[in-house]
Ligand binder design. Structure first.
Ligand SMILES: NC(=O)c1ccc[n+]([C@@H]2O[C@H](COP(=O)([O-])OP(=O)(O)OC[C@H]3O[C@@H](n4cnc5c(N)ncnc54)[C@H](OP(=O)(O)O)[C@@H]3O)[C@@H](O)[C@H]2O)c1
Length: 249
């Protein structure tokens, strides 16, 4: 059994790599930084690394070719990052990189998996979105929220198409709330609410993935919050998101 995880040099991706390795999987760990990947993979048995900067289309295409050759039966599209701030405070090229990593690479890698996974035993794709993907918008993290809405929506659409055509490929979307990882350091903020541990989120996600749960939301409080968010107005939700995100600065 073989598993490939993007964004495996840190946080959720690294913890998932450890769990899959403990389950007996060969693990391929992907990120843009060779040094960080080598460090992260050191204590993970049966692991290999693949360096690809997913903000770069050529690297993403190279990774897709590699995936077609390796044919892992589990692929986790986890690499991603955000950037806090008002829209005119964030560098446009950084936002384009974010869209390439969080959206374009997820789309391309998912399409690649759908191409070869038919007929592969126990084939699973796990796309990592966020609870942000349920919100109508994400003031102070607008581009990030929009990318995660894409991941959630795209994954659910593909899920339905696969079921309607009786395909054996499983696809799920992970939508965590705040998780204690390197995310905030990269995004330039800090959580105003307590985050879950990355180990808990990774373990929970893998358990639910194998139970074929399509939308995976770790943590009871977050599930409750998302349930009640259905009953409030868009304006009110945007106010809440703004006040939460603004406090992170
Ligand atoms: N932490 C949270 O609160 C939270 C909540 C909801 C969803 N998420 C999502 O969870 C996923 C994992 O994030 P995390 O919280 O574990 O943060 P993290 O510790 O910062 O890990 C992010 C991973 O993405 C990789 N990455 C970033 N840019 C990349 C690029 N250009 N090419 C390839 N890999 C790249 C990083 O590797 P390199 O820097 O080494 O390339 C790193 O391994 C992300 O998609 C994030 O949006 C996080």
């Amino acid at each position: 059994m073989k598993c490939l995880i993007t964004g495996a040099s840190s946080g959720i991706g690294r913890d998932m790599a450890r769990i899959f390795s403990n389950m007996g999987y060969q693990v391929i760990m992907v990120s843009s930084n060779k040094e960080r990947l080598e460090k992260a993979s050191k204590d993970i048995c049966n692991s290999r690394i693949f360096v690809a900067d997913l903000s770069n289309q050529n690297d993403t295409d190279m990774l897709c070719d590699f995936i077609l050759k390796e044919k892992p039966n589990v692929v986790v599209n986890n690499a991603g990052f955000g950037a806090f701030g008002f829209y005119d405070e964030i560098d446009v090229s950084l936002e384009m990189d974010m869209i390439n990593v969080n959206v374009t690479s997820v789309h391309k890698i998912t399409r690649t998996c759908l191409e070869y996974m038919e007929g592969v035993r126990d084939a699973y794709i796990l796309n990592v979105a966020s609870s942000a993907g349920f919100m109508p918008g994400g003031p102070m993290l607008s581009t990030y929220y929009a990318t995660k809405s894409f991941v959630r929506s795209y994954t659910l659409g593909i899920y339905k198409e696969l079921r309607k055509r009786n395909k054996s490929i499983n696809i799920s979307v992970l939508c965590p709330g705040p998780v204690n990882t390197n995310f905030n350091n990269v995004a330039g903020g800090s959580f105003s609410v307590k985050g879950l541990s990355s180990e808990f989120v990774s373990k929970y996600a893998i358990k639910k993935l194998f139970k074929k749960k399509v939308v995976i939301v770790p943590g009871f409080t977050m599930r409750l919050g998302l349930f009640f968010s259905r009953f409030v107005s868009i304006r009110f939700l945007l106010d809440i998101v703004f006040s939460i995100q603004h406090k992170k600065r």
